[in-house]
Design a protein around this ligand. Structure first.
Ligand code: ARG
Length: 459
């Protein structure tokens, strides 16, 4: 039989396959709370503007709360033939309150309804991401504080470069996650306008009050153009883009934890809570959570590419293509929140191996740049010449299987006659990091300043 919501001009019902491809209730039921909230705001506005009777609006408002409690109690029979959450809720409302239910959809369309519901949902996810990132930043900040002056090797090309501190490395991620957080704040601010009242696309002839519904739904204002309001999903794209960038950051930290927890590095030990064993190799402690966080970017970026592809080239205004927005965003949001929580837990329970970090920092000629800088500062050599002299000293040490501080003064003067005993004072890793006092540098004093700045931001 024809659809009770729009079947007026239809004699026959849809093919079963048509129903299967068309229905979104299997996933958009997640919007039930937003849908009911939006409908309650709309009904109250219809009464306040005299478009429907106050008594009808009251019946609608009460009935919608009954529907809400049925859904929350798991007592609601979702029907595929009713396509989506909007029609499921309205049909049930009609069963409960009868005729007034039919007045709810006055001056509204599913087009502005779904745009409103989805904006509310994505807005909540921005808040969840902001909360998740705040917790993660706190965890990284604690690590940084504990090891503000613990020396570790800094890498470029994953080759030993210069000594840095553990705190400095942790604070690098704090900065990245801080930008992620601000991206979600920006996106939230931009998306916080109400599409409700745009109706199908052109607005409506009923004397609706869009400011009233916008305020009731905690939007800053109504969207200014009704066509735009029902056509765009840029708020969802922006959420996905911010999620993707955040997932890239999570993935890089996860990769470092995988490397650092290996037997070859032993920079960190992960707690039992965040490790798994092997069913065959008894010695194993696998960093599965880190590996999975490293991988989750695949899903999140996949969702991002999928929705960009759906939206590209769509003519205004609403097209059913846009129903494909939800599963992507749902999955990306679920994945991101889980990855954020897992990274926060892992980082909170992580033990950095201070001695091992320092030993690693002291090998691999990590203070060669300090030596070159000494030649520039004390002997007045041009940096390029100092670089060359230092390179020769590294080659000498490497050939003997020792590190730079193990060379004798005679070894040094053999390469450059002007070198004095004083050079040894710059070859230690602690001197090296302490000397890097430039703003944002790795000197513990600088790192502590970064930590203090973030504590103030979070306070
Ligand atoms: N389920 C639809 C969606 O998610 C709701 C909007 C339907 N509008 C329409 N004109 N068919 O996009």
């Amino acid at each position: 039989s024809a659809n009770s919501m729009w079947g007026g001009r239809f004699a026959a019902g849809p093919d079963a396959i048509m129903e299967a491809i068309n229905a979104s209730i299997g996933f958009d039921r997640r919007l039930y709370a937003q849908d009911i909230r939006g409908s309650r705001a709309h009904a109250a506005m219809l009464a306040a503007t005299g478009i429907i009777e106050g008594s009808d609006a009251e019946a609608i408002g009460k009935g919608l709360l009954t529907v809400l409690s049925e859904i929350e109690a798991g007592d609601f029979a979702f029907r595929t033939d009713l396509e989506d959450i909007h029609m499921n809720v309205e049909a049930r409302l009609k069963e409960i309150i009868g005729e007034p239910a039919g007045r709810l959809h006055t001056g509204r369309s599913r087009n502005d309804q779904v745009a409103t519901d989805f904006r509310l949902w994505v807005r909540d996810q921005c808040d969840a991401a902001i909360d998740g990132l705040t917790a993660l930043i706190r965890a990284a900040l604690s690590q940084a504080e504990a090891g503000a002056d613990w020396v570790m090797p800094g890498f470029t090309h994953l080759q030993t470069a210069q000594p840095v501190t553990w705190g400095h490395h942790m604070m690098a991620y704090v900065e990245m996650f801080g930008r992620d957080l601000s991206r979600f704040q920006d996106a939230r601010r931009r998306m916080n306008e109400s599409p409700l009242g745009a109706a199908a696309l052109a607005g409506t002839g009923y004397p609706i009050d869009r400011d009233m519904t916008a305020a009731a739904l905690d939007f800053d204002r109504p969207m200014a153009n009704s066509l735009d309001a029902v056509s765009d999903r840029d708020f969802a794209l922006e959420f996905l883009a911010a999620s993707s960038i955040c997932a890239v950051h999570l993935s890089r930290l996860a990769e470092e934890l995988v490397i650092w927890s290996s037997a070859q590095f032993r920079f960190v030990s992960m707690s039992d809570k965040w490790s798994t064993g092997s069913s065959i190799m008894p010695q194993k402690r696998n960093p599965d959570a880190a590996e999975l966080i490293r991988a989750k970017i695949g899903r999140i970026l996949g969702a991002t590419v999928a929705l960009f592809t759906v939206m590209k080239g769509l003519p205004l205004a609403y097209s059913k293509d846009m129903q494909e927005d939800k599963e992507q965003v749902f999955d990306a949001a679920d994945t991101l929140m889980l990855a954020l929580a897992a990274m926060t837990g892992m980082l909170s329970d992580l033990t950095a191996n201070r001695d091992r970090l320092e030993a690693a920092a002291s090998s691999g000629f990590s203070t060669a740049t300090d030596l070159a800088d000494w030649l520039v500062r004390e002997l007045g050599l041009p940096f390029r010449d100092a670089h060359h002299v230092t390179g020769s000293l590294v080659a000498l040490a490497e050939g003997r299987g020792i590190d730079l501080p193990d060379l004798t003064l005679d070894d040094m003067t053999g390469v450059h006659a002007g070198i004095t005993q004083d050079v040894f004072s710059v070859l230690g890793v602690h001197n090296s990091v302490a000397s890097r006092q430039s703003y944002g540098g790795t000197a513990p004093a600088q790192v502590r300043a970064q930590i203090a700045r973030w504590k103030e931001i979070l306070a």
